[in-house]
Design a protein around this ligand. Structure first.
Ligand SMILES: [Zn+2]
Ligand SMILES: [Zn+2]
Length: 330
């Protein structure tokens, strides 16, 4: 995959220069995104080969553990890093923590912070309306789930990420996004190869902790775009089709409380009731206790009243608009 700039003639020159890495991921603005196709076909094929090898030769405990730990860490990179930190600025942190989260998110298979943030801000700005890159209400389940990544009818928009474009450190991480992705495949392979001292261990680390793990994190994350705009409870009457799904929340480290998220987009906490499992929030809470993050935004409750938004005001300069539009419906 090239890291050169494809360019957008109608855009301002400084923006064109800085969007190079994300544009390179897209390859072409319209038509088939071959990176999008390969990034989904290869994990699927790798998973199938891995299952056949496990059926024939078995699998060891460390192979399972590496896959689980990698799924957890790369999932955190997406939900805590890409989503809650870079898109919504739900909290502040030290630069090395932000770097680590950005790299973990790239390892998941996204490969570009800028592109992810740009598309997700578009989603919030146009949620389930014209301009939303992945609305199942407009274009169906499979479009929202994954096929929007195969056919590029839209493009990375530097106007969505003016804050990130001012960050040379993040631009550097973004420029090397594909290398981080490869590192995310190499690390589990190296660990399993060293623990087992065998080539089979290294191969299974690559297939199980790399590609199967990627397939799992990809499709569970995609359920947030597809399933939680179709099915589940709608606690708050947001202007979009967002829903809460405890099942999706369980497999996405808390992202399934998507109606709450659309109602309170700046909240670091997506599951806003104590019983709504939100692992991403637990991690942010724990990091706050350690002093690693601060200025954490979350809804404020009073007894028997809905959350209030006083702590959720739009961050200065944020390109994202609406949140909750009315009182809770249930
Ligand atoms: Zn949504
Ligand atoms: Zn969001």
């Amino acid at each position: 995959m090239s890291e050169s700039c494809s360019g957008h003639g109608e855009q301002a020159d400084p923006m064109v220069a800085q969007e190079s890495s994300a544009s390179a991921l897209v390859g072409v603005e319209r038509g088939v995104s071959w990176w999008g196709v390969a990034n989904h076909v290869i994990p699927l094929l790798g998973t199938m080969v891995g299952i056949v090898l496990v059926a024939i030769n078995g699998i060891t405990l460390e192979m399972h553990l590496v896959a689980i730990v990698m799924a957890f860490l790369t999932g955190l990179g997406v939900t805590v890093g890409f989503h809650r930190l870079f898109v919504h600025r739900s909290f502040e942190t030290y630069r090395p923590v932000a770097w680590l989260l950005a790299i973990l998110g790239c390892m998941k298979g996204e490969a570009s912070v800028l592109l992810w943030v740009s598309e997700h801000r578009k989603h919030h700005r146009h949620a389930d309306a014209l301009g939303d890159p992945h609305s199942p209400l407009l274009a169906g389940f499979w479009h929202a789930h994954m096929s929007w990544l195969f056919v590029r009818t839209y493009s990375f928009d530097p106007r969505e990420v003016p804050d990130l474009l001012k960050r040379p450190d993040l631009l550097w991480i973004d420029r090397h996004g594909f290398k981080w992705y490869l590192l995310g495949l190499f690390i589990p392979s190296a660990i399993c190869g060293l623990v087992s001292m065998s080539a089979y261990g290294a191969l299974m680390g690559f297939l199980w902790g790399g590609l199967l793990r990627q397939l799992y994190v990809q499709h569970t994350t995609y359920l947030v775009n597809s399933a939680t705009h179709l099915w589940g409870s709608k606690a708050y009457p947001t202007a979009d089709g967002s829903r809460n799904s405890w099942i999706v929340a369980l497999v996405t480290l808390g992202e399934g409380w998507h109606n709450y998220h659309h109602a309170f987009p700046y909240s670091a906490r997506h599951g806003i009731r104590w019983w709504q499992i939100d692992v991403g929030w637990y991690v942010i809470w724990f990091m706050a206790r350690l002093g690693l993050v601060w200025n954490v935004r979350s809804p404020r409750f009073t007894a028997n009243e809905p959350p209030v938004l006083s702590q959720l005001e739009q961050p200065e300069g944020s390109p994202i608009g609406h949140g909750i539009v009315a009182a809770p419906g249930e």
